[in-house]
Design a protein around this ligand. Structure first.
Ligand code: MG
Length: 455
């Protein structure tokens, strides 16, 4: 972690006992506690082996500043976010490293609306941490700690209000759930049981070493899920990431689908029921999301890449639906944050409503071919490279919210943006043919390299 910087794109993250240590966690707790100032905060963690250790360290810091802590124990991130709002807490802290490998953990601060604190608020917390502006409470004003063990149950009950339980139950769907040995397994099977589904479980036991698969639901980690769906003749397969805010789906043929395809399925049904609504999505999303909006009277609100940005934009414009290509769907009527179990319930609701299989719902959408690329670029040259690139792109159909997204007349598009985590520029191209997508990556790789030689 660099000097004066604690928070990355997704809160504080690091390798346990190397980059993120218990003594740091106590100080982070002190800084977050000082930031909130003697308030009521909810705290919980995912299934990582270091969850109990970091929870107690952060609680120690929070209570030392006079904050009262309501300890929820192990729970999915969206269940904890829901509880912050549901119990009218002043905020919360979540101990999770989401999709990172098992040796990582992290700390996220949550505002009273259940959404992660803003980047400005993170900067305030960093200032308190690095400038030692911690305000310790007197001995008689220390915060209290009490257990709040009902969070997962309340979360499941809340999601059931947003779907037609009887209709889903009448279909007797068979669903394979791959919970990655983490917190998704604490709630999704109960929700789906209550929706009348037959369930086959994979990696359902809690184990913070993630013995079943890595916690990132990428296609290469989901072969077992895809094979199982086919082998048992299930209607649907779902895989969660380590903290169960993202979900990736497998159709009844065993085909794994990227997040924007399933998001587009949710988007279409949402717009059919709620025409003229705004749909919030980052510029990294597929043109598919825009196609669906155009076809079903929706309006796209583009944002920078990042789930917090999507949540905050939804709140700002009062939008009820948001989504990301990595499997994050934000369903505002429940909560404006990514939620893997809620997304699963919505997909089942759509399958029940339309009487269609997931493969059919996806096949009827416009199809795009995707190609990704990367050009090495030192961190100190990223901004200059972007500036020069933007100069060259003048006059094109372009969005500059986050890097450069260019749309072409043949419905192809490319996003070029500096990586937030490594010295590189990342490129995401999509087109109606694989050849065109590949050609775009080649063309812009050459363009970026040519500019780099001049700076
Ligand atoms: Mg996650």
């Amino acid at each position: 972690m660099s000097q004066n910087k604690l928070f990355g794109t997704n809160g504080i993250r690091g390798i346990v006992n190397k980059e993120l240590t218990p003594d740091m966690a106590v100080k982070v707790g002190l800084a977050i506690g000082t930031f909130f100032g003697k308030k009521n905060l909810l705290l919980g963690h995912d299934a990582r082996t270091s969850g109990p250790m970091f929870s107690r360290a952060v609680i120690s810091g929070l209570t030392a500043t006079g904050c009262n802590v309501f300890f929820a124990g192990m729970a999915p991130t969206p269940a904890l976010q829901f509880a912050v709002k549901n119990h009218e807490m002043d905020g919360g802290v979540i101990i999770t490293a989401s999709h990172n490998p098992p040796e990582y953990n992290g700390i996220k601060a949550i505002w009273s609306d259940g959404i992660e604190v803003s980047h400005e608020q993170e900067t305030e917390i960093e200032k308190i941490y690095f400038e030692n502006k911690i305000q310790f409470a007197e001995w008689k004003q220390l915060g209290s700690v009490c257990e709040l063990p009902t969070v997962n149950d309340e979360y499941v009950e809340a999601m059931k209000k947003h779907v037609d339980i009887a209709k889903i139950a009448s279909k007797r769907f068979h669903v394979v759930i791959d919970a990655a040995n983490s917190v998704g397994g604490l709630t999704a099977p109960i929700l789906l049981r209550d929706l009348g589904c037959k369930i086959t479980s994979l990696n359902a036991n809690i184990d913070g070493t993630f013995p079943g698969r890595m916690p990132e639901p990428r296609p290469e980690n989901l072969a077992e899920l895809a094979n199982t769906v086919k082998a048992v003749g299930a209607d649907l397969g779902v895989a969660f990431d380590g903290d169960a805010d993202r979900s990736i789906f497998v159709d009844e043929t065993g085909q794994i689908h990227m997040g924007d395809k399933t998001f587009a399925v949710v988007e279409k049904q949402f717009l059919l029921k709620n025409p003229n609504s705004q749909i919030v999505t980052p510029v990294s999303s597929s043109t598919l999301i825009k196609d669906v909006a155009d076809a079903y009277k929706g309006e796209i609100v583009w944002t920078k890449v990042g789930s917090v940005t999507v949540s905050q934009k939804m709140k700002e414009v009062n939008a009820k639906l948001g989504g990301e290509e990595n499997g994050g769907v934000f369903y505002g009527p429940h909560q404006a944050v990514r939620d893997g179990a809620m997304t699963t319930a919505l997909i089942l609701n759509i399958m029940a409503d339309t009487g269609e299989k997931l493969s059919k719902l996806i096949a009827e959408q416009p199809q795009y071919f995707i190609e990704k690329g990367k050009v090495e670029c030192p961190d100190d040259k990223k901004q200059k490279l972007l500036d020069k690139l933007l100069e060259q792109l003048k006059g094109m159909n372009i969005n500059t919210l986050d890097g450069a997204k260019i749309w072409f007349d043949d419905k192809s598009a490319i996003l070029l943006r500096p990586s937030g985590t490594e010295p590189a520029f990342r490129m995401y191209a999509e087109a109606k043919t694989q050849q065109r997508a590949t050609q775009l990556i080649e063309e812009y790789t050459a363009k970026l390299k040519a500019i780099l030689e001049t700076i």
